[in-house]
Design a protein around this ligand. Structure first.
Ligand SMILES: *Cc1c(COP(=O)(O)O)cnc(C)c1O
Length: 367
């Protein structure tokens, strides 16, 4: 390791990347992996068949570059989102991480800044660093909430070029009120800030929690980012997308790599979207497991945060590191997100959730 580090340091790496650590959620071989908020339900058999058929057909076209505009996919994504959106409002890339990177390539960059409200998704500072965009860590209240007044005040104070709002927020799980999004957009209006709402977990929200898709009309610098990695159980396919004014997609066309979405990716996503009902059928079960985790952790005397996502952020432990280790010894991998006294667990299948809760009960009663 140190030898590798010495060799890395000997390379003519950009100064601002020196000493940085790459994204590295552990990929350990455990019985119950509940650490990266994947959908732990496998792809349903009929969806699997549809994907294989579509990819088989696409394989005959691989001598040619794929449709650079992925028009069929954008039409299908617009139809899925509704809200009067058309293909011209949609853009897609290899995961929403690439979406966010492309947004920073177009609207961030040297001399510009990104504001987010921490704790939030750990990739945001890395995407800022990679695109040479200044990173401003905005604040939340002690309970990790964010009010419209506080968010707007921080936008006026820092005048960021880009704001990322994560809703439901990772790692805390809670969705933002609509008025936070509108207040941030308004506060950024004088200096034309681009506001991105990262809705990676939108499909898991409790009924009635809004989506920023309804706020797009009349807001040309608002972008709503989504992914097929979580609710659609398609993390391995790498498909993220956004909805925004058509000119935002035109801006991204200036920075995307040519043919960035492979024919195989397009075929996979298309087949999956045409079966979205079957794919999303597991979302209700995951929400039940999530609510079960919140309830049971409360019963054990811990302090879970309200969750609109497929994971639960919880505190109330004297030693979260020891808890993480004890769970791992039972074959249950959860996420230490680096916030002392807190851990994050993904809602799995009923069996996985039971394994986690059984282990927690054992650890707490032994404690
Ligand atoms: C998981 C996650 C994503 C999804 O990333 P992909 O690149 O689409 O797999 C995006 N944003 C947040 C906050 C996430 O937790």
């Amino acid at each position: 390791m140190t030898q590798n580090l010495d060799r890395l340091n000997a390379l003519p790496l950009r100064d601002d990347l020196r000493g940085k650590a790459p994204y590295g959620a552990p990929q350990l071989d455990v019985a119950v992996a509940l650490n990266t908020n994947e959908n732990t339900h496998p792809v349903p058999a009929d969806v699997h068949t549809a994907i294989v058929e579509e990819v088989t057909a696409a394989a005959w076209t691989l001598n040619r570059y794929p449709d650079r505009e992925f028009t069929a996919l954008r039409e299908e994504l617009a139809a899925y989102l509704g809200h009067g959106l058309g293909a011209e409002n949609l853009w897609a890339a290899n995961g929403s991480n690439e979406i966010l990177q492309q947004i920073l390539q177009a609207f961030g960059g040297p001399g510009r800044s990104l504001l987010t409200f921490v704790p939030t998704y750990s990739m945001y500072p890395l995407l800022a660093a990679g695109t040479h965009t200044g990173f401003v860590a905005g604040e939340r209240s002690a309970d990790f909430g964010l009010t419209a007044e506080s968010a707007a005040e921080q936008v006026r104070r820092h005048r960021p070029d880009v704001v990322f709002l994560c809703s439901p927020n990772n790692p805390t799980g809670t969705a933002l009120d609509e008025d936070v999004v509108t207040a941030v957009y308004e506060a950024g209006e004088p200096h034309r800030a681009v506001v991105v709402v990262d809705e990676a977990y939108a499909e898991f929200s409790h009924g009635g929690t809004g989506t920023a898709l309804s706020l797009l009309a009349g807001r040309p610098r608002l972008i709503v980012s989504r992914t097929m990695s979580k609710a659609f159980a398609l993390a391995g396919a790498r498909l993220g997308y956004f909805a925004a004014a058509p000119e935002v997609a035109d801006a991204i066309r200036l920075v995307r790599l040519p043919y960035h979405l492979s024919a195989v990716t397009q075929a996979t996503a298309l087949a999956a979207l045409r079966h979205s009902e079957a794919l999303l059928a597991n979302v209700e079960d995951i929400k039940r497991q999530r609510d079960r985790i919140v309830e049971e952790l409360r019963r054990l005397g811990l302090a879970p945060a309200a969750s609109d996502s497929n994971f639960v952020f919880f505190g109330g432990m004297p030693d979260s590191r020891a808890m993480w280790q004890a769970l791992l010894e039972d074959g249950v991998l959860v996420r230490d997100v680096g916030i002392p006294g807190h851990l994050r667990v993904t809602a799995g299948t009923e069996e996985e959730t039971t394994a986690f809760l059984t282990s927690m009960e054992r650890i707490v009663s032994a404690g």
